[in-house]
Design a protein around this ligand. Structure first.
Ligand SMILES: *Cc1c(COP(=O)(O)O)cnc(C)c1O
Length: 400
């Protein structure tokens, strides 16, 4: 079956929720993805910051194989050793004391939003349920999380949304402070905005938000779905700042490509959940938690974070050099191996040309090229990617 035949079959049965690129994936290995025609692509999108250990990391594969022949699923009516060990690992390496498992980032945020409402209803009664989030944020695609997301575009056609959200400019503590009224029970922020254009919280901002939350007895949620799990060079992005949230949400890279979500919380916050408050059939099942345990083990013990810092610095430097040579390129921003290159033009045609030349990237916020390669990426792979990008940019200049 060739590319065109698959695309035609897909067009006749797959819901049209994605604008897909015209390649049909067949296999992956490390930083490389192959299509069904045998073409090979340097994967600097990495499943949108999911494949932090690259494709098919042998330790993740082995954990999945071993667990698949032992126990794939039971139910959260029973205790699950892998789930317990994973929660212990997450708590040991973060501020967390209790973990709720689910299957995606949106679900982790749903759990967080339910928890802050429940916590507030017990502490304050029923009228204090508003959550402040940031403009240009992204928190998922469910009705609840599009309500939380500070972008009108994701709500278009889906109104009425869930009440109780208020949006403020990201990085502006004055605006946040002005938005605090007696109805507000929590603040939810991404320490680095991913979909919004790779915007890093300015120095001191998260700490000032933490202080504001303490002052007004509001809970603080960090959505680390995209930037957690090593992406920024520390296991969790909040660890760059002298601050900890009450609740952190994780998903994407946590299980090396297997679907998982987690809400990590302090005991004081999490205690608002009692049996029956919330649940998930698959959440934290034996298979995905085996994959997550293997993923965290590699992240923490195999030098992956160190490589992320080193290669993040190198990629940033190479992107800055490239940017300086092209008039339509601007700022390079981000942290570790989540980097954005600001353009003064639409990014989509460049992404398309990069793909044609064998490199996978994408564009966020219309004009920001996003680079989120596997954290195991090598210098040689970055050099290869920069050669492709240079050719893409040069071709764009010629075609103008
Ligand atoms: C991807 C993402 C989500 C949504 O995760 P899903 O697994 O697609 O539901 C939520 N928040 C952030 C910051 C994300 O990047």
């Amino acid at each position: 079956m060739n590319t065109q035949a698959w695309i035609e079959r897909g067009d006749n049965c797959i819901a049209t929720t994605y604008g897909r690129f015209p390649i049909v994936a067949s296999k992956g290995d490390g930083c490389w993805l192959w299509d069904v025609e045998g073409n090979k692509y340097l994967d600097f999108l990495a499943g949108v910051a999911v494949n932090n250990l690259g494709h098919c990391h042998p330790k993740v594969v082995a954990a999945l194989q071993q667990q698949a022949q032992t126990l794939i699923h039971c139910s959260n009516y029973y205790h699950i050793p892998n789930q317990i060990e994973l929660a212990e690992t997450l708590c040991r390496h973060s501020f967390g004391e209790r973990v709720f498992f689910c299957n995606s980032g949106a679900e982790a945020n749903e759990a967080a939003m339910k928890l802050v409402r429940k916590h507030s209803s017990e502490k304050n009664g029923n009228n204090r349920f508003t959550v402040i989030t940031a403009l240009a944020s992204f928190h998922g695609r469910t009705i609840g999380t599009i309500s939380a997301t500070g972008q009108d575009a994701v709500r278009k056609g889906f109104t009425p949304v869930v009440p109780g959200f208020r949006y403020v400019p990201f990085g502006d503590i004055e605006a946040m402070s002005a938005a605090v009224t007696p109805e507000v029970c929590a603040v939810m922020l991404e320490p680095v905005q991913g979909e919004g254009g790779i915007n890093v919280a300015p120095p001191g901002y998260l700490k000032a938000v933490r202080e504001l939350c303490d002052q007004h007895k509001m809970l603080l949620i960090f959505d680390e779905v995209q930037v957690g799990c090593g992406r920024t060079g520390k296991l969790f992005a909040y660890q760059h700042d002298d601050v900890a949230p009450d609740i952190m949400t994780l998903a994407k890279a946590l299980a090396g490509g297997a679907p998982i979500g987690a809400m990590v919380a302090t005991h004081a916050a999490a205690a608002a959940f009692t049996p029956g408050s919330h649940g998930s059939t698959f959440g934290g099942n034996p298979l995905v938690t085996a994959a997550a345990l293997a993923t965290l083990d590699v992240l923490i013990n195999d030098g992956v974070l160190e490589n992320c810092v080193e290669m993040g610095n190198y990629l940033r430097q190479r992107l800055e050099e490239l940017s300086a040579r092209y008039s339509f390129c601007g700022e390079v921003r981000g942290r570790g191996l989540i980097l954005g290159l600001q353009l003064s033009i639409e990014g989509a045609p460049l992404v398309k040309e990069a793909l044609r030349r064998g490199m996978l990237i994408n564009c966020t916020a219309g004009t920001v090229l996003r680079f989120v390669p596997p954290l195991i990426v090598t210098k040689a792979e970055i050099d290869h990617g920069m050669e492709i990008l240079d050719a893409v940019f040069a071709q764009h200049n010629e075609s103008r």
